[in-house]
Design a protein around this ligand. Structure first.
Ligand code: CIR
Length: 266
C-alpha cells in the first residue's frame, strides 16, 4: 500500500458532461445546468488536473446516463486495481457497466461488486491510513461489507461511518488534504467522525467549498469561497491552491471530487 495513497496520483479518468445533464438527479429545484458552460468548466478542471501532474483520460459523453460526468461514483481505483461499485440511485446503476471496459483496459485487476448492496464512490474517503465509507441514501451496510472484504484483501483498512442525513455524499462535506488532515464543515468536525485526524473547518456560509481535492501538491477547490481559500493557503502553505468554477456541476449536486477517478500507477 502506497504511504500517500490519499493524494499521490499519476492518472485520472473523467467523462465529458452530456447535453442530457439537465436531467441529472438533484435534491433541490434550482435552474438546470447550462451544458455549454458545464463543458467549458469541465475542460478547465481537466487542465487543472494535468497541471497538478496527472495524465488525464476523458471518456466521451454518455447521453443515456445524465449523471455519468460524476465518474467518481461507479468505481474506486487503487494502485492494486479497480473496484467496480454499485451506485445506489436506480438511474445510475448502469454507469458501472458502462465504465467497466475502460477500467479493464487501464488496470490488470478489476473487481466487480456483486450486490445486493450499494456503494457510491462519493461516500468513500481514502486517507493515507484507512478507507472511510459513509452510509447514506446511496451506500448501505451490505455494500460496505462487500467492499470491505476486497479492501482488506489488498491491505487497506475500511471503516464504516455515517454520512450526515442532510448531505448527498460523505465527501459532499469533507475532503482529505494529506498529512492526516481533513477539510470539512463544522457539523462534520463536531460530530466526532474525524477523531484522530486534524481538521480544517470550513468558515460559516462557505460549506459548499468542503468538496475539494488534493492531487499531489495542488488542492483544487471551488471558486467563490474566499475565506476557505485564505484558510487553505494559510494552513497548507506548501500546497498550491487552485480555484475552479463549479457552478454548473453544483446545479446537479456535484462538485470537484465527483468528476474524476484518481489513482497512482507505479
Ligand atoms: C447524483 O445525485 O448522483 C448526481 N446528480 C451528483 C453526484 C455527485 N457525486 C459525488 O458527490 N460523488
Amino acid at each position: 500500500m502506497l504511504s500517500e495513497v490519499g493524494y499521490r496520483f499519476t492518472h485520472t479518468i473523467s467523462r465529458t458532461p452530456g447535453s442530457s445533464i439537465a436531467d441529472g438527479l438533484r435534491a433541490g429545484s434550482g435552474p438546470d445546468p447550462d451544458p455549454a458552460l458545464f463543458l467549458a468548466q469541465h475542460q478547465a478542471y481537466l487542465d487543472a488536473l494535468a497541471e497538478a501532474g496527472v495524465t488525464t483520460l476523458c471518456l466521451p459523453a454518455l447521453e443515456a446516463f445524465p449523471d455519468s460526468v460524476f465518474v467518481e461514483d461507479p468505481a474506486l481505483c487503487f494502485p492494486e486495481g479497480a473496484i467496480l461499485l454499485r451506485p445506489g440511485a436506480q438511474t445510475r446503476l448502469g454507469e458501472a457497466e458502462a465504465i467497466l471496459p475502460v477500467l479493464q483496459e487501464q488496470f490488470p485487476t478489476v473487481i466487480q461488486l456483486q450486490g445486493p448492496g450499494y456503494v457510491d464512490g462519493g461516500d468513500i474517503m481514502v486517507t493515507d491510513r484507512e478507507v472511510l465509507v459513509g452510509l447514506s441514501a446511496r451506500t448501505n451496510e451490505e455494500g460496505f461489507e462487500e467492499l470491505a472484504k476486497h479492501l482488506k484483501a489488498w491491505g487497506y483498512r475500511p471503516r464504516m461511518m455515517k454520512t450526515p442525513e442532510t448531505i448527498l455524499h460523505f465527501k459532499t462535506a469533507s475532503s482529505y488534504l494529506g498529512s492526516e488532515t481533513v477539510l470539512c464543515t463544522r457539523d462534520m468536525a463536531e460530530s466526532g467522525l474525524f477523531e484522530g485526524y486534524k481538521t480544517v473547518v470550513i468558515p460559516q456560509g462557505e460549506e459548499v467549498a468542503a468538496n475539494a481535492i488534493r492531487v499531489n501538491d495542488t488542492i483544487l477547490m471551488s471558486k467563490g469561497f474566499p475565506k476557505t481559500a485564505t484558510l487553505l493557503r494559510k494552513t497548507t502553505p506548501d500546497v498550491r491552491v487552485v480555484e475552479l468554477d463549479t457552478s454548473e456541476a453544483a446545479r446537479v449536486d456535484g462538485g470537484l471530487s465527483c468528476m474524476s477517478l484518481r489513482y497512482f500507477k507505479g
